[in-house]
Design a protein around this ligand. Structure first.
Ligand code: ATP
Length: 519
């Protein structure tokens, strides 16, 4: 029996361990150590499954010499599996197995074999600890899947739902990437090669082509796979928030900084950090990023201590960085630093045969999540295969989910699709564009500065990511010539038209081998 006054100490020690900013397995190990310190245990551990249901973390109480040499008895394994499957606690003779839950679903178990007789009070204390562990796992999942500041999104009620997909950081295989087209296979082959190295990778491609999916693949195939995969969407945050999210902050660094907080670089130590939308960071922030990428060193906001981390950084963007560098918007030194190995993801319209494969997978996910049994009739596959999907895999996923939700029967046919009722989201956006509504947003989507195929893309149009990159020089060239013509071939005037310095224009003219005409 644990003494009543000791219970508070145990809860305090364990909470302290669980709220710190380390990878989940470290936190759970620390919590287990704290339990061993306070309780007389014969054995014990924490088992956590990934969101695909596969065993992920298995922490064992540090009792005896070599924890690794102890394997679970059949009875222990059986009790743990039953608790995870049922979500109900299990009591044995001097043992207890408690479910660890995320969003009310058991995703793991805390199991304890007492060295002495336990009482109901001990079990209720352990139940509280299992709840704390569940909350820690939930935070970890949100951190691994979010696009911005968790705190901010929580406030806005926007924490993204966890999809019923395997937790990529937990698998050796990368079977969440679906597709057999030659274009996808080529990218997969490169991914496997770069995963074995520590080289900086720049993932490029139109929105929704799977840049984040591939970043997770690189992590999962690398020696860093057992450490954290952390993501940050740089475009979603203001400069100060971005800095605090990446580098962390000290207590009192700014109004509201009530506690010291580790940043994503620290959280990713030993693992991988994905900086999404890297093309959108300000020049000031680019300089700060360059330092940490070059030296692996940084200070927390408001801090003086220099921290060193070992993080593999993967960047992603759908912006045309070459044009941004040329315009002086993106630092050339940072460009070279992050672009050691560029991987260009093909748009869906260039991935022959992948639409039907992906659609089947998305429908299966829909069926699993909604306890349904839908399938595609031949006319449905025909409609899907002919669509250009300018929003790429994300749009296809959305289309399948929406069609399956509203389908009149379990077999989805062509007439169930929104496009057959003039209600397709892409078509509606196109129409809004034609009507002049929301032109700003559309201009963003169709801009030559991004790698978007635009909403007017049709299947087979060779306007994919690679083509856009190849065409980038031409676009810049055309723009230069146009500006020079308007400026009567006076470089300073052309610079004003283009919003550049005369030096930048001079450089661009030489780079494109444009002879300056004298008029
Ligand atoms: N090859 C693929 N197999 C299975 N699912 C995929 C694949 N590619 C993308 N997806 C799914 O499509 C959606 C969009 O993918 P992801 O977020 O990785 O795209 P992205 O290129 O990073 O998009 P953005 O540029 O808008 O951030 C996700 O739900 C992802 O799981």
């Amino acid at each position: 029996m644990i003494k009543p006054e000791a219970r508070l100490h145990i809860l305090y020690d364990i909470s302290k361990e669980l709220i710190s900013s380390f990878p989940l397995d470290n936190l759970l190990k620390a919590a287990m150590n704290a339990l061993v310190e306070h309780l007389r245990l014969r054995d014990g551990g924490i088992v956590i499954h990934g969101s695909g249901g596969e065993p992920w973390i298995n922490v064992r109480a540090p009792i005896g010499d070599d924890v690794r040499s102890r394997s679970l008895t059949i009875e222990q394994a059986d009790a743990i599996n039953r608790v995870i499957a049922s979500g109900e606690k299990h009591f044995g003779k001097n043992s207890v197995v408690l479910p660890v839950k995320v969003n009310r679903k058991a995703i793991g178990a805390l199991w304890i074999d007492f060295a002495q007789k336990s009482g109901a009070q001990d079990e209720s204390l352990l139940a509280m600890i299992a709840v704390l562990i569940g909350l820690t796992c939930q935070r970890d999942r949100e951190l691994c899947s979010d696009g911005g500041s968790v705190a901010e999104e929580q406030q806005a009620g926007q924490i993204p739902k966890i999809k019923p997909k395997p937790h990529p950081t937990q698998l050796d295989k990368i079977d969440w990437i679906v597709g057999e087209s030659p274009a996808l296979k080529r990218v997969l082959a490169t991914t496997k090669i770069v995963a074995a190295t520590n080289s900086a990778v720049l993932l490029r491609g139109e929105s929704g082509t799977g840049k984040e999916c591939f970043a997770r693949a690189i992590h999962a195939l690398s020696i860093r796979k057992s450490k954290a995969f952390i993501k940050l969407n740089c475009a979603a945050l203001s400069e100060t928030v971005l800095e605090s999210e990446l580098f962390g902050h000290e207590k009192g660094a700014f109004t509201g900084a009530l506690l010291q907080r580790a940043g994503r670089f620290e959280l990713a130590n030993g693992g991988t950090l994905l900086l999404d939308e890297i093309g959108d960071v300000s020049p000031q922030f680019q300089a700060k990023l360059l330092r940490v990428l070059q030296e692996g060193e940084f200070e927390r906001l408001g801090g003086t201590k220099t921290l060193k981390v070992d993080v593999r950084v993967i960047c992603a963007t759908n912006k045309n960085l070459e044009v941004a560098v040329l315009r002086g918007e993106f630092r050339a030194d940072l460009y070279y630093r992050i672009n050691v190995v560029p991987i260009i993801l093909p748009p869906l319209r260039q991935r022959d045969g992948d639409i039907s494969l992906l659609a089947q997978v998305f429908l299966e996910q829909f069926n699993n999540a909604n306890d349904r049994n839908c399938d595609f009739g031949p006319s449905a596959i025909d409609i899907l295969s002919k669509c250009a999907f300018p929003g790429n895999v994300r749009e296809l996923d959305n289309c399948v989910q929406r069609t399956a939700t509203l389908a009149s029967s379990n077999t989805i046919t062509s007439s169930d699709f929104a496009c057959q009722q003039d209600q397709c989201s892409s078509a509606l956006l196109r129409k809004a564009d034609g009507d002049g509504i929301g032109n700003d947003a559309m201009n963003g989507l169709n801009s030559r500065d991004t790698m978007s195929g635009g909403l007017c893309a049709h299947a087979g149009t060779p306007s994919g990511a690679a083509a856009t990159i190849e065409a980038a020089g031409l676009t810049e060239r055309d723009r230069l010539i146009k500006a020079m013509e308007r400026a009567g071939w006076v470089q300073a005037k052309a610079a004003r038209i283009l919003g550049k310095t005369p030096r930048q224009v001079g450089y661009a003219l030489r780079r494109h081998r444009i002879d300056v005409k004298k008029e």
